[in-house]
Write a protein that binds this ligand. Structure first.
Ligand SMILES: Cc1[nH+]cc(COP(=O)(O)O)c(/C=N/[C@@H](CC(=O)O)C(=O)O)c1O
Length: 402
């Protein structure tokens, strides 16, 4: 018999599998609200003009295709670190940020998990929000960490259960690694307020927990890169030794280029050098060194003032379009079909996703009866909505939830 005779059929990915099902649907009314990827109001993927201009500049420079170093393109990692932590951050000023280019956010998260598994000097336990991005769980487990969930989403209010979260952070054993979404929480779209972040930081200090930030949407949540980095920078100011997984997939529309970084705020430059050497030892046998094209795009955009300005405008435009769709969807649901339910969470939530509150049965029904595709948990990727289909979506949601 074949060597692979015992290989079982695995389940399709909860998120990417929705797109596969969507592609098979032939209805002209079909809507893909599954994968968290931006579409413009015409429903088309959007390649940023600042990115296209950067690529033209790169072409003119006749760049070579040499290997990058193990930790990637230096002009990229330098610019990426400054964008995340802030130009005047002490972790950068004191040259104590160990940073490696990664295979986008997923690669950064995996690199971080592997680093914790190799070098974290306490129990290798990580706790993640309930709910969280589905891929967080296998990423952390496959890297050898033990994983639990902490209370996050409040089904009653469709908002943050801050008391439950703080209680779970208190209860967790000292030195637990805590995964935190820096902004635009996925799948709920519910972010802590600044005051709540301050409370979270205090408990994390008391319990000596370790902050693992995942920032996959900087700029995409509020439209302002500085505002969206509040939690990360506040934790650094409060003296937490954070680590960060950073992605440029969404905020620069570089999904398939796989551009991201993993960084560790170290105690000083000497420690940074040691940590950097161990990051290299993890990366080399994993994929040796990262792809250069996307990194050069980000570096060119962030290091060319007029392109950075243009990019900041584009990321705000993308965020604003999502916010407009939130307003329109809520408006139609409240005004056009006599819905008796409350829909304020649609506009209270922020970032790429709306946690609609639809049950798996309702998700199934809206797919079979209305050709609207979203993940089982009721998460709507807001970028799949346009002014042409927002009313149709409101009618569909109303009919499956009334
Ligand atoms: C919170 C979060 N972190 C990391 C990633 C990884 O993105 P990368 O492309 O590796 O930089 C994603 C992607 N989320 C969307 C796409 C996906 O599932 O891959 C999503 O939730 O639809 C996240 O939502």
């Amino acid at each position: 018999i074949s060597t692979w005779n015992a290989v079982p059929q695995g389940p399709p990915d909860a998120i990417l599998g929705v797109t596969e099902a969507f592609k098979r649907d032939t209805s002209p009314k079909k809507m893909n609200l599954g994968v968290g990827a931006y579409r413009d109001d015409g429903g088309k993927p959007y390649v940023l003009t600042s990115v296209k201009k950067a690529e033209r500049l790169m072409l003119e420079k006749n760049m070579d295709k040499e290997y990058a170093g193990i930790t990637g393109v230096p002009s990229f990692t330098k610019a990426a670190g400054a964008l995340a932590y802030g130009d005047n951050s002490p972790v950068i000023g004191e040259d104590r940020l160990a940073i490696a280019q990664s295979i986008s956010g997923t690669g950064a998260l995996r690199m971080g998990a592997e680093f914790f598994n190799a070098w974290y000097p306490h129990a290798k336990n990580i706790i993640v929000p309930n709910p969280t991005w589905g891929n967080h769980i296998p990423i952390m487990k496959n890297a050898g960490l033990s994983l639990e969930k902490y209370t996050y989403f409040d089904k009653q209010t469709n908002g943050l259960n801050i008391d439950g979260m703080l209680e779970d952070l208190h209860k967790a054993p000292k030195n637990t690694i805590v995964l935190l979404h820096a902004c635009a929480h996925n799948p709920t779209g519910v972010d802590p307020t600044k005051e709540q972040w301050n409370e979270i930081s205090k408990v994390m200090k008391e319990r000596e927990h370790f902050s693992f930030f995942d920032m996959a949407y900087q700029g995409f949540a509020s439209g302002d890169c500085t505002r969206d980095a509040y939690a990360l920078r506040k934790f650094v100011d409060d003296g937490h030794q954070v680590v960060l997984a950073q992605s440029f997939a969404k905020n620069m529309g570089l999904y398939g280029e796989r551009v991201g970084s993993f960084s560790i705020a170290c105690a000083d430059a000497e420690e940074k050098a040691r940590v950097d050497s161990q990051l290299k030892i993890i990366i080399r046998p994993m994929y040796s060194n990262p792809p250069i094209h996307g990194a050069h795009i980000v570096s060119t955009v962030l290091n060319t003032p007029e392109l950075k300005e243009e990019w900041l405008g584009e990321v705000k435009t993308m965020a604003d379009r999502i916010i407009t769709m939130r307003d329109k969807l809520r408006g139609h649901l409240e005004n056009d079909f006599g819905s008796k339910k409350s829909w304020n969470h649609i506009t209270d939530q922020i970032g790429m996703f709306c946690y609609s509150g639809m049950t798996p049965e309702q998700v199934e029904k809206i797919k079979s009866d209305w050709h609207v595709y979203l993940t089982q948990d009721g998460r709507i990727s807001m970028a799949g909505i346009s002014s042409a289909n927002v009313k149709y979506l409101a009618e569909a949601i109303h009919n499956v939830t009334k």
